[in-house]
Design a protein around this ligand. Structure first.
Ligand code: GLU
Length: 501
């Protein structure tokens, strides 16, 4: 025997650049984080090999699809920076990429499957199948193959009865085995995978038909998707084979089923769970870098001792065989920590740029930004850059610098706690100390308040500055006090101290 080089377990004899994967969401509402995780893993896989990522919109279920759902998918992918090589708004040689525009293709393929004998018309009603199963004492679920070999007379009788058939795939009688790139070898016994419907009685194609037809026609080489779809894989494998026989595609792609994402309790994170939509994180001031990094950790890791990495680093290191098959838990605390780590990496300029829409949204700065607001922001950002873990924390931290004096208000709870009699005495003492201050600078403010409150009145720093902070910024938690007062200026700072009294 001659030694032939061992085939790559992921690529087989495929050249890396010939890898083609797809992300095929259904536009049925906002996009779920588990779904975006699939997009991310497909993106990382495609980019790792230098192959192609296809975006396909699975919108054949007209009752459930919405235009917002469609736009939310495209916007979400763009926000994450997960760009696709072929698909809506990009084009490509295998289009159209919206299934609603491919109905003729499905009708044609279905007709050819029927003529080839791989699929057959089935006139049975569900209750008839159920009754036959009961009578036979069979525990097997699903369709029993009754219409596989209908005689012309039987068919004519059904038609005379006014029945219209569904189209079913004739499943092989042998077990179906495949090697999952994440889970290893998986076998399905034929009794567990009955003949299934490809077309409804109305002639409308079902997901079970259109998804593999498009994978086959679009030359998809690897299908990486959620574990929840694993039970449909044997049916799809049989269909890819039937399609290859009629000259559509090359047979089944390789599969890798990504771990389920669990939410609170031991349940799968569902669309109904709070925090399951990507939009919550976009609106909530998370960085795409943070979200991507966290989603990558739902089943994959770059190294034992390392949680924080960039998309480029993921692409470089990604190996589908190192995806963990066990359920992944969605943990908001962890996601916040990862996001905070990416916030720390931003340059001041970049963070300012990203914070701006949030400041506008909360009405903290004018839109478009006025010159004075822009100048104040440039001075103020260094004070908060190290202190915020999400972009949407900036408005609350910075508003006191931008607000008109007439609209400035103290946080009621903080004021009640810190501006009691003792607090007001501190504010009065501070006012007295600062009123005659020569130069209004951070250092001078600090020196004067320290001399007055710490040295003369012998207060502990924590006690001393809390009331001043609430009076000037409105809150117990704020950017650094002396710097804030310098930015605010003498008149506004003293005015607020006086107002607190
Ligand atoms: N449209 C299907 C879904 O969103 C696609 C499943 C698949 O990846 O095959 O669940």
């Amino acid at each position: 025997m001659t030694d032939s080089p061992a085939l790559d377990p992921v690529l087989g004899d495929l050249a890396p650049e010939d890898v083609r994967v797809r992300f095929p969401p259904s536009p049925t509402g906002f996009i779920h984080v588990g779904n975006i995780r699939s997009a991310l893993f497909n993106f990382a896989f495609a980019r790792h090999y230098g192959g192609k990522l296809v975006l396909r919109i699975e919108d054949t279920d007209t009752a459930r699809n919405t235009a917002e759902g469609y736009h939310s998918i495209l916007d979400s992918l763009r926000w994450m920076g997960l760009n696709w090589d072929e698909g809506p708004e990009v084009g490509g040689e295998y289009g159209p990429y919206r299934q609603s525009e491919r109905m003729d293709i499905y009708a044609d393929v279905a007709a050819r499957l029927r003529s080839a004998g791989s699929a057959y018309d089935c006139f049975c009603a569900n209750d008839e199948v159920e009754a036959r199963r009961k009578a036979a004492g069979s525990k097997v679920q699903g369709y029993d193959g009754f219409c596989r070999e209908l005689s012309a007379d039987q068919r004519a009788a059904f038609e005379a009865d006014g029945r219209t058939p569904v189209l079913r795939l004739r499943m092989p009688d042998e077990a179906i085995t495949f090697t999952d790139l994440v889970r290893g070898e998986i076998t399905f016994q034929p009794e567990n995978v009955p003949d299934f419907a490809l077309l409804r009685a109305t002639g409308d194609p079902l997901y079970t038909l259109v998804n593999p037809v498009d994978d086959a026609m679009m030359g998809i080489t690897h299908v990486l998707r959620g574990e929840d779809l694993l039970s449909s894989t044997p049916r799809q494998i049989a269909l890819y084979d039937a399609l290859a026989k009629i000259g559509v595609g090359q047979g089944a792609p390789r599969f890798g089923h990504l771990p389920i994402v669990m939410g609170e309790g031991n349940k799968r994170l569902s669309k109904r769970d709070a925090g399951s939509g990507l939009g919550d994180y976009i609106e909530g001031g998370y960085l795409p870098e943070g979200v991507l990094n966290y989603l990558a950790l739902l089943g994959w890791g770059i190294a034992e001792d390392r949680d924080v990495f960039s998309l480029e680093e993921m692409v470089e290191a990604f190996d589908i065989r190192r995806v963990n098959p066990n359920p992944a838990r969605f943990d908001l605390k962890k996601m916040s920590a990862i996001n905070a780590a990416h916030m720390r990496k931003l340059s001041l300029e970049d963070m300012t740029h990203r914070v701006l829409p949030f400041l506008k949204r909360e009405g903290v700065v004018s839109d478009p930004v006025s010159d004075p607001d822009a100048q104040m922001l440039e001075l103020a950002m260094p004070l908060v850059a190290e202190r915020i873990n999400r972009l949407d924390e900036a408005p609350g931290m910075l508003a006191f610098l931008f607000v008109e004096e007439a609209d400035f208000a103290l946080d009621e709870q903080d004021a009640a706690k810190l501006l009691d009699e003792a607090g007001k005495e501190i504010v009065q003492a501070s006012y007295d100390a600062l009123e005659s201050l020569g130069e209004w600078s951070t250092a001078a403010i600090q020196e004067s308040l320290q001399a007055k409150l710490i040295e003369e009145l012998e207060l502990k720093p924590r006690k001393a500055f809390g009331p001043v902070r609430v009076a000037v910024t409105g809150k117990r938690v704020s950017p650094p006090l002396f710097e804030s007062m310098e930015l605010l200026g003498r008149e506004r700072s003293l005015g607020r101290l006086r107002a607190a009294l």
